[in-house]
Design a protein around this ligand. Sequence first.
Ligand SMILES: Nc1ccn([C@@H]2O[C@H](COP(=O)(O)OP(=O)(O)OP(=O)(O)O)[C@@H](O)[C@H]2O)c(=O)n1
Ligand SMILES: C[C@](O)(CO)[C@H](O)COP(=O)(O)O
Length: 226
Amino acid sequence: MNSVIIVSAGRGSRMKADINKQFLKIRDKEVIAHTIDRFYKNKNIGEIIMVVREDEEEFFQENIINKYGYKNIKVAFGGNERQDSVYNGLKQVDEKCKIVLIHDGARPFVTNEIIEKSIKCAKECKSAIVGVPVKDTIKIVNKNNEVCDTPNRSTLWSIQTPQVFDYSLIIKAHEKAKHDKYYGTDDSMLIEYLGHNVKVVEGSYNNIKITTPEDLKIAEEILREN
Ligand SMILES: Nc1ccn([C@@H]2O[C@H](COP(=O)(O)OP(=O)(O)OP(=O)(O)O)[C@@H](O)[C@H]2O)c(=O)n1
Ligand SMILES: C[C@](O)(CO)[C@H](O)COP(=O)(O)O
């Protein structure tokens, strides 16, 4: 069985809104409901685990689960860092789960094609992440805004979610990271830390993460086009 963990337990501080960005609306529907829809309707997904903040659980149940009538969605509570939230989600996964997808609640435009391609790749190589080649030149810059280095652009990808793994591998990676107090900015870093290969699957430039206010305007545009 394939399970998806959707992490939605952040604070959305860069959005500077009165409520958590997951509950802001794009075309009359909450960001998080758009994200859930993408997986709820996908025949490859056997189970959805939502990771939410404990103090927002009631709000989430009433304003998302009950409002849209979603059935059989499990809920786990978030932790201090995204990585802690993912770990809490991993602990709730059904014992029949072989492949687990980890996805940001704030990425509402993942497509069926991306979901299917990434699951297929993870079944073959145990660890598949979605990304797109960078379009800009990327610089490494120090605290004084001085350029230290310019990596070769042809080797650089901007990494998104879903990140899809063999369940036994990702739980092992998270356990080791927890033990070593190692924190990564995505889940595949923990797989790298474990010494295992990670494969990149080409995603879409529309698979944006809603992070700052201008992303909401871009999101409206993406929805208008699709
Ligand atoms: N402790 C945390 C932190 C983040 N997330 C989730 O991880 C995803 C990506 O994180 P990000 O965009 O950074 O969200 P926030 O942490 O909410 O934003 P900010 O950093 O601006 O506060 C989001 O869906 C967010 O809800 C989470 O589940 N638990
Ligand atoms: C997992 C991620 O979306 C990959 O790009 C990203 O690293 C999340 O980072 P954030 O700091 O939680 O926004």
